[in-house]
Design a protein around this ligand. Structure first.
Ligand code: KE4
Length: 433
């Protein structure tokens, strides 16, 4: 493997490594998943990101999902500019957080009441506590390849950063925490039924990314989500859709609207904050009204519902609600994923592409994977070489074969053409090893 791409930012990288673990504030940003080192971002505008050396990249990471309107969209920036002069946080209720909650309730079919928090991790962690409280049970079932944030109970064969870093379960997660988590392969209903037959009366909830975005992009097989709904109802467990990534990304109302399956609880994040720190969990009224101070299940947060995150999220969701761009976004995501896969196959490397709404995946393997186990048979080394080649040609793909890609409303035909032209060259280079 060639030396990591220095991007002329070696000094910044040296300083970062001296004072931040691994030089980054979130592992997947380290480019460890592609055996390289990251560039340092300096500015974003529309579909583009610039590094501190002035190199421009067409950005398909988009802050790992939040920037569905692209970088610095007028709607979001003007809302923030108006708010910032009135202060950044009040520690008191605001009208704008009520407006954001009302919008989420209006748009997500399964959400009647919602609590805003500060990250997807907080959202899933709180949803799990609530599920355990209302069912009086302790265990949860999750799927390999699904990443639900870094709360202890979920860091058991998680996808995303953990899988990318090859840490099937993290040190520091206690036996007690991990022991309450049952993990089965995605799309494997026999394994789900078997888990419920063995310990159904102890299972509080099934957590699932309804479309996995943390193992590349894996769609549910026909009927999978519907069956999860039936099995959980049969055993009195809650069904929790982790829509932190799919929410307002695979459809205006998220996966629950796209697949018409109604979970009991939903965790969301990313898009609803317009790029500012945010998360939320919500669901059926009788469940959510168990959350303090309405009920006994404690959860809190200094900056939850923060006025900057809520004005940004409101502005972004309002734009989506008025324009509903999802049909066009899916066409764009299809073009990019299938075009990249075709370029890679033409260079002699097996590859296949897929898209769901504004999310896409490209796997360096013959067939579309139905589970994380299948994703792991991809040619990750060829992907790493391809990723570097694309970066050198000004295209920023997620620096891991276990992540999804994202398009925005401001990615146009020109950006797609540039991307696919770069893919032809980068694939031929990658094929030479
Ligand atoms: P955060 O705590 O990172 O806001 O959200 C955790 C989370 C929960 N659920 C799902 C489905 C998620 O995708 C995430 C976070 N996604 C990763 C991307 N694979 C965030 C990127 C990162 O970890 O830096």
């Amino acid at each position: 493997m060639k030396e990591p791409v220095a991007h002329g930012q070696v000094e910044l990288w040296r300083r970062a490594l001296a004072v931040i673990p691994g030089g980054v504030n979130s592992p997947v940003r380290s480019f460890h998943g592609v055996g390289s080192t990251p560039f340092f971002a300096a500015r974003g505008e529309g579909p583009f990101l610039w590094d501190t050396e002035g190199r421009r990249y067409i950005d398909y990471v988009l802050s790992w999902g939040p920037l569905i309107l692209g970088h610095a969209p007028t709607a979001v920036i003007s809302a923030l500019a108006e708010q910032i002069g009135r202060g950044t946080s009040y520690g008191a209720p605001t009208a704008v957080e009520v407006e954001l909650a009302e919008r989420i309730v209006r748009l997500m079919p399964a959400v009647e009441v919602v609590r805003l928090v500060n990250s997807g991790t907080e959202a899933t962690m709180s949803a799990l506590r609530l599920a355990r409280a209302v069912t009086g049970r302790e265990k949860l079932l999750k799927f390999t390849g699904c990443y639900h944030g870094h709360a202890d109970a979920f860091l058991v064969s998680a996808g995303s950063g953990v899988a990318t870093l090859g840490l099937p379960d993290s040190p520091g997660v206690t036996r007690g925490a991990a022991g309450d988590t049952v993990v089965v392969p995605f799309n494997d209903l026999d394994a789900v039924r078997d888990a419920f037959q063995r310990q159904g009366d102890g299972l509080a909830a099934v957590f699932v990314e309804p479309v996995i975005g943390n193992a590349g992009l894996i769609e549910p097989l026909d009927g999978f989500l519907e069956e999860l709904r039936k099995i959980t109802q049969q055993y009195g467990a809650l069904l929790v859709f982790d829509e932190v990534m799919t929410g307002f990304r695979v459809a205006l109302g998220g996966a629950q609207a796209r697949y018409r399956v109604t979970p009991d609880l939903t965790s969301i994040g990313k898009v609803i904050g317009g790029g500012l720190p945010v998360g939320a969990y919500g669901g059926r009224r009788e469940l959510m009204e168990q959350v303090a101070p309405a009920g006994p299940v404690y959860q809190a947060g200094t900056l939850s519902g923060n006025p900057l995150a809520t004005v940004a999220g409101n502005a972004q969701l309002a734009w989506l609600e008025v324009h509903d761009p999802f049909a066009r976004l899916e066409e764009l995501a299809e073009k990019v994923s299938h075009g990249i896969a075709a370029a890679v196959r033409a260079a002699g490397i097996p590859a296949v592409g897929t898209a769901v709404g504004s999310m896409f995946g490209v796997f360096f393997r013959e067939e579309l994977p139905r589970s994380f186990e299948e994703v792991k048979t991809s040619d990750v080394k060829a992907f790493a070489r391809f990723h570097r080649g694309m970066l050198e040609r000004g295209v920023f793909l997620a620096p891991s074969p276990f992540e999804a890609g994202f398009v925005s409303t401001v990615h146009g035909e020109e950006e797609v053409a540039t991307t696919l032209a770069a893919a032809v060259e980068a694939a031929q280079e990658a094929a030479q090893g």
